[in-house]
Design a protein. Structure first.
Length: 212
C-alpha cells in the first residue's frame, strides 16, 4: 500500500448502506438482469474482452466494443432493450452525496468474480465532467486504488467492503483509479444461486450530459 494521500474531492463513506439496503440493491440488480443481462464488453481497437461483465440502470448506459469504443447508449447492445430504471436507493444516494443540480443518467453495473480486475483509468466519456462519480460496493471486499491525473503517479489504496460508497469529485474526478483484486468469500450478499462464484457488484452513478 502506498502512503500517498488521496486527492482532493475523494470521499470514502464506509458502511453507507446497511445490510437490508444492500439486500434491496442486490435484488434490484437480479431483477434488472432479467431484461438487461450481464454481457462481456470488449476494449476499443484491440477487441480484448474485459475481465468484468456489465449491464446498466438508467436512461443511458456505458458500453464499449472494438469498433466504436467507449460511449453511452440508450439500449442494451445485445438485446436492444432499454436499460431498466434505477432503484430509489440510488436516486436518494445521488441526491445526498453528489452535490449536483441534476440527476444521474447512467448507473454502470459491473460484476467481478475472483479473477476480475479493473486497470487504472479515468472516467472521462461524459460531457458533464463537473459532476462527481459515485460508486457503491456490494458483495466481496476489493482493493481500490486511486492516484493522480498522471497514470504513473503515486497512488493510495484501501479495501472497500459491501455497503461502502466512494465519491470522486473535484480533483479526484480527473484521477486514475481501479480495482487491484477481489477478496473471495468475504461477503454472503451476492447469492450463489444466481452467481455461482459469489463475487462483487459495483454500481457507478454518472451524469452524462450537461444540464440544460
Amino acid at each position: 500500500m502506498n502512503a500517498a494521500s488521496p486527492p482532493s474531492g475523494f470521499r470514502f463513506l464506509p458502511g453507507y448502506f446497511d445490510r437490508s439496503q444492500q439486500d434491496a440493491l442486490m435484488q434490484a440488480v437480479i431483477e434488472a438482469i432479467e431484461t438487461a443481462p450481464f454481457y462481456r464488453p470488449a476494449m476499443p481497437r484491440t477487441g480484448q474482452p474485459m475481465s468484468v461483465t456489465m449491464t446498466n440502470f438508467g436512461p443511458l448506459g456505458w458500453v464499449t466494443d472494438k469498433a466504436k469504443g467507449y460511449r453511452y447508449e440508450r439500449v442494451h447492445p445485445e438485446t436492444g432493450a432499454r436499460w431498466p430504471e434505477p432503484p430509489d436507493l440510488l436516486t436518494q444516494l445521488w441526491a445526498d452525496v453528489a452535490d449536483y443540480p441534476a440527476p444521474f443518467e447512467a448507473c454502470l453495473v459491473n460484476y467481478y468474480d475472483a479473477t476480475s480486475r479493473m486497470g487504472l483509468h479515468v472516467d472521462w466519456d461524459e460531457d458533464a465532467t463537473d459532476a462527481a462519480v459515485v460508486s457503491v460496493s456490494l458483495g466481496d471486499k476489493a482493493r481500490f486504488r486511486i492516484g493522480g491525473p498522471a497514470r504513473k503517479g503515486k497512488t493510495h489504496s484501501l479495501v472497500v467492503s459491501s455497503g461502502d460508497v466512494v465519491v470522486l469529485g473535484g480533483e479526484a474526478r480527473r484521477c486514475y483509479h481501479g480495482i487491484d483484486r477481489i477478496y473471495p468469500g468475504t461477503s454472503t450478499l451476492v447469492p450463489r444461486d444466481t452467481f455461482p462464484d459469489g463475487g462483487r457488484i459495483n454500481l457507478t452513478l454518472r451524469r452524462v450530459t450537461v444540464p440544460g
